[in-house]
Design a protein around this ligand. Structure first.
Ligand SMILES: [Ca+2]
Length: 581
């Protein structure tokens, strides 16, 4: 384990990214042979599993056949399935005396397609979300979940309950389960359940997740390669611990330009850059970058060209007098915004996390939520960094339940003194957060390639917490390690305008899981994925932040990175009118 991880690994990625972008070369990718296609099966056992199924460290709490015609997903019946709830590795922590277990739920469809899906859940885990794939498959408003697609699905709390958030981080084993070990323990058990229920093991196995769940999928691509054939990572937090600390490190900057008075030590940070001022920035970005992809449509497809075309200092008006909240930003505000988008550095100049690309998706409410509320609230960044990631953990226990305390922690956050704790070990905390949270082999994945596995990543360009630049750097480094052939097993798709995993002025509805299955089992490597806007009447749920002048069913291709969707000819509201190049 590296003593201080950010510069070593990060610098390497950044250097490679820069080199590759300069070269701009188009490599011909040699396709690999697909794995055999999964075959359908039938559920042979359900309720009998409660007495017949035995697996080490596992207790099934309930097994029931569910056939409720009223149970719908996106307006369509879910169908009959076997619902299993249980726990693995029940134990009492010697550190905090609390009872821990890895809680799980499985849903085994009657109409089985021969496939298994591990559903990675989001946030700080602690909740067994319904095992239907919905949370994991990414995109805003799915039209079909994995259960409906015939997957046998498992979902878990990753080793702690919601009530144990965030102080489970005081227990070293609970940290490790959250980081990666829950996936490792649950996977063989889940496959054994499938064997007992259907009479055979799954033909093909997938792991998918969004945000922290996407991180689970990326970590599995490094650590549990042999267990899975396909990995789907949506908005993955591959450096979740660094992005959380970066968000914290910006709090005092935002606070500096916040206009509303502090209440209980918490500034209303959004007053540092309210929606009306973010709209001003978005307008300036669009003025410089919208047309670069061939059509003025409120979307910036060509991120690289926009990086050169847009300049915050030059293109956003600077107030000559007082801020009016809509026509200009103050000089200090512009400095703060520039720093929030720039690659953060320690005071010795060492890079810490990643820059963020400018995108008109900055207008969305989710952007403000992450930057201005998650960064100070007692449910997210302060407690994650303080209790789950720092070794030793913070002694400021009160901030776990008190917003006043967590905001104080955020306002006082000193990245120079706090960042080393993310890569440190200390006493009973024998594995650092850099080790247990991030995928250890992310830029190599030789085993994944060798076995014919596939990794598909989707990421919003306007993601305010996990940077699109960071994930681009990851792919470029991976591609360099594979001599320009990484696309034969790993592909990245950006969603312009989209925030953290969904929302924003974006075509954020797409079926990445089906694209992954086609790739794994039929060898159909995706060059583009069809994506739609979720306008009025959308069955998956309406995106209320779509610009008023967008048609309800606008579609666009999501293009395989580094290709860009460019308008060719025809109706500019249809994906077919765009090419990826
Ligand atoms: Ca455009």
């Amino acid at each position: 384990m590296k003593k201080f991880p950010f510069p070593v690994e990060q610098l390497k990625w950044l250097a490679l990214a820069t080199a590759s972008m300069i070269a701009g070369c188009a490599t011909v990718v040699t396709p690999s042979q697909p794995l055999a296609e999964a075959k359908a099966g039938t559920l042979a056992q359900c309720t009998r599993l409660s007495s017949d199924f035995n697996f080490l460290h596992t207790r099934l709490e309930s097994v029931a056949l569910v056939n409720d015609p009223k149970q719908l997903f996106a307006g369509t019946a879910v169908g009959e399935y076997c619902l299993i709830k249980g726990k693995m590795h029940e134990r009492i922590s010697p550190v905090d005396g609390q009872a821990y277990a890895i809680g799980f739920e499985m849903r085994l469809p009657q109409a089985w397609g021969g496939r298994f899906l591990y559903q990675g859940n989001g946030g700080t885990d602690g909740v067994v979300a319904p095992a239907d794939g919905g949370l994991a498959q990414g995109s805003g408003g799915l039209l079909k979940n994995a259960l409906q697609m015939g997957f046998a699905v498992i979902s878990s709390d990753a080793g702690h309950t919601a009530a144990q958030n965030p102080l489970f981080g005081l227990d070293p084993q609970a940290r490790l389960d959250y980081g990666y070990q829950a996936v490792g323990k649950l996977t063989p058990m889940a496959k054994a359940v499938i064997q007992a229920a259907y009479g055979r093991l799954p033909d093909r196995s997938y792991i998918a997740g969004t945000s922290n769940g996407g991180r689970h999928a990326m970590v599995a691509a490094s650590r549990y390669t042999e267990q899975y054939d396909g990995f789907l990572a949506n908005a993955p937090g591959i450096h979740l611990q660094l992005s959380a600390a970066t968000n914290l490190s910006n709090v005092k900057r935002w606070d500096r330009v916040a206009t509303t008075k502090r209440v209980n030590n918490q500034a209303d940070l959004e007053s540092a850059l309210p929606k009306s001022e973010r709209e001003l920035i978005a307008k300036a970005i669009l003025a410089k970058c919208d047309a670069l992809d061939g059509v003025v449509d409120g979307l910036v497809q060509d991120i690289a060209a926009c990086r050169k075309a847009f300049d915050l200092a030059r293109d956003v008006p600077t107030c000559t007098g007082e801020r009016d909240g809509k026509t200009c930003l103050s000089a200090v505000q512009k400095e703060v915004v520039a720093l929030a988008f720039a690659s953060p550095k320690l005071s010795n100049g060492a890079p810490f996390y990643s820059s963020f690309p400018f995108d008109p998706g900055i207008v969305q409410s989710g952007w403000a939520e992450w930057k201005f509320r998650s960064s100070v609230g007692n449910a997210r960044n302060p407690v994650s960094v303080g209790f789950m990631f720092s070794s030793p953990p913070s002694s400021q226990i009160k901030m776990a339940t008190d917003n006043y305390q967590s905001a104080a922690f955020a306002l006082a956050f000193n990245v120079d003194s706090e960042a080393p704790k993310l890569s440190a070990t200390s006493g009973i905390y024998t594995e650092s957060a850099m080790s247990f949270m991030s995928p250890p082999e992310a830029t190599r994945l030789n085993a994944l390639r060798a076995k014919g596995g596939k990794l598909l990543v989707a990421h919003g360009v306007a993601d305010p917490i996990f940077s699109a630049d960071d994930i681009a750097d990851w792919f470029v480094a991976l591609d360099a390690n594979h001599q320009g052939q990484a696309a034969s097993f790993a592909r990245l798709f950006f969603v312009p305008g989209m925030g953290h995993s969904r929302g924003g002025p974006a075509t954020d509805q797409f079926d990445a899981l089906s694209a992954l299955v086609q790739w794994v089992e039929r060898g159909e490597a995706p060059d583009r994925i069809h994506a739609s806007a979720r306008g009025a009447g959308n069955r998956g749920g309406v995106n209320t932040e779509l610009p008023a002048d967008w048609p309800a069913s606008r579609s666009r291709p999501l293009c395989v990175y580094p290709k860009v969707a460019r308008y060719k000819s025809g109706d500019p509201e249809l994906a077919d009118s765009f090419v990826c190049n």
